[in-house]
Ligand binder design. Structure first.
Ligand code: AMP
Length: 446
């Protein structure tokens, strides 16, 4: 199938060309025709399959006819990152259409959103909480709504948004087209789907299988050696952009600092960041100014980083679904990617569960020359061990205060910046540090 077979409005077709899409992905092949016909659709698809365009293109096509400046399409997403990403896709694909799309989410000022709504918009991409605020205050008019999309419904359920979704449903016209996308179909989502969709066409695209292009590997390691092994791994791998997952935001922050200290350009995404700083971290990762982004599952939700070359599970996820969701970010749209998971002996059960789900054994790897026998200096010290120098490093790095975790007592601070001196001045490992192997890249094409 080719995009021309869908007979999109010429201005929508121009957007597809501008985005550089040539062949529709399987979910687009299967999903676009029924959505174009105005049917309700339940799409079982994970991030990375091209699902955004599968609903965005038919919506843009539909809105080309009819009055402008009224909210006729509403897309509800669990996180602000996903909302931004969907809005970006709509703006890219709809560049020639002059249709207006905005995002609405909390954590930012409400007045600019109200102003934009007053000026008139055609598409709203919203997170549930702030959308309900606008509905409550009468600052959004949804009486002309024609299409509702619930994206990543299972994530919305995980994040406790289902009651909000049900409230939103009470404020939109009953006669509408509804589309629901979810990577998994737990009972609650099935119930929600049967409540809101009318005679839906169900489309299923690799909802449980991870992308075929991803190669998986497990690196058994003791907890206290995780950071050292990660640095060694990064040093030995030709990485372009690496997304690292940790169990807690605290660990994400500290690991981000350690990686920076080891000479990488790294940012961490934690729930505590302001929206501006989150956005700056995401933008920096996307345009290549950060090689590494460290995040928790929650903070990473909705990230669209189509060119992630590696996903590293610094901490193994809690469920096989989370594993698949995390690695769904690599190997996106048929690019190849690698997924590395650091596991301790405590993770054996979860490894088995994941392998059962994948229906395959994941390769175990060890790094030659890495000293696995270093004992733990003290409890919970995986961050305390200084990064092991790359193998071609002549002298082992001294365990001195410059290698201490930033913020710890003993880490000398630059008088001018207050940052640890190894950051404020030169990289900690000047000649053969990872940074030298990864010179600052030019921003990548998106
Ligand atoms: P999504 O699953 O919607 O998050 O899309 C994943 C990535 O695939 C995004 O970066 C899209 O820009 C890209 N993409 C979507 N459809 C196509 C297509 N037909 N050809 C190439 N890339 C695509």
């Amino acid at each position: 199938m080719n995009f021309t077979d869908f007979n999109f409005h010429p201005q929508v077709a121009a957007g597809i060309t501008a985005a550089g899409y040539i062949t529709p992905t399987p979910i687009q092949d299967q999903g676009i025709p029924p959505v174009m016909q105005g049917l309700d659709v339940m799409g079982l698809a994970q991030t990375g399959t091209g699902k955004t365009a599968a609903f965005a293109l038919p919506i843009l096509h539909r809105l080309m006819n009819g009055e402008r400046g009224k909210v006729r399409a509403l897309i509800v997403a669990p996180t602000r990152e996903l909302a931004e990403q969907i809005n970006e896709a709509i703006n890219l694909l709809g560049k020639q259409t002059r249709l207006k799309s905005i995002t609405i989410y909390g954590g930012v000022a409400v007045n600019p959103q109200i102003d934009k709504l007053k000026q008139g918009v055609d598409i709203v991409v919203a997170c549930p909480g702030r959308l309900l605020d606008h509905i409550g205050q009468g600052t959004i008019n949804l009486s002309r709504l024609e299409v509702l999309v619930l994206d990543e419904a299972d994530q919305m359920f995980d994040m406790g948004f289902l009651p909000d979704i049900r409230k939103i449903l009470k404020h939109i016209p009953e006669k509408r087209q509804s589309l629901l996308f979810s990577a998994t179909m737990p009972d609650d989502i099935r119930r929600l789907a049967s409540d809101i969709l009318s005679k839906p066409v169900t489309i299923q695209v690799g909802n449980t299988a991870p992308p075929v292009t991803v190669s998986h590997a497990i690196y058994p390691v003791e907890q206290h050696l995780k950071t050292a092994l990660l640095l060694e791994l990064l040093c030995h791998t030709d990485t372009e952009s690496v997304l690292i997952f940790t169990r807690t935001k605290h660990r994400a922050k500290r690991l981000g600092e350690q990686l920076e200290k080891a000479g990488y350009t790294a940012a961490s995404l934690q729930g505590n960041l302001s929206q501006n700083r989150r956005q700056a971290a995401l933008d920096g990762f996307r345009d290549g100014s950060y090689q590494i982004l460290v995040a928790t599952d929650i903070a990473a939700r909705g990230i669209d980083v189509s060119q992630v070359s590696h996903v590293v599970n610094y901490d193994i996820p809690d469920t096989p679904e989370a594993y698949i969701h995390r690695i769904g970010r690599t190997g996106r749209a048929a690019r190849s990617g690698d997924a590395f998971t650091l596991v301790t002996s405590e993770d054996t059960g979860m490894v088995r569960t994941i392998e059962k789900r994948l229906n395959a054994q994941i390769e175990r790897r060890t790094i030659e020359g890495f000293d696995y026998s270093v004992p733990a200096p003290h409890k919970d010290s995986e961050f305390a061990r200084p990064p092991r120098p790359p193998q071609n490093h002549k002298k082992p790095a001294k365990r001195d205060a410059t290698h201490a975790t930033p913020g710890r007592p003993g880490a000398p601070k630059s008088p001018s910046t207050g940052r640890p001196q190894s950051q404020a001045g030169k990289p900690a490992q000047p000649s053969s540090a990872p940074a030298a192997r990864h010179p600052q890249r030019a921003p990548r094409a998106r």
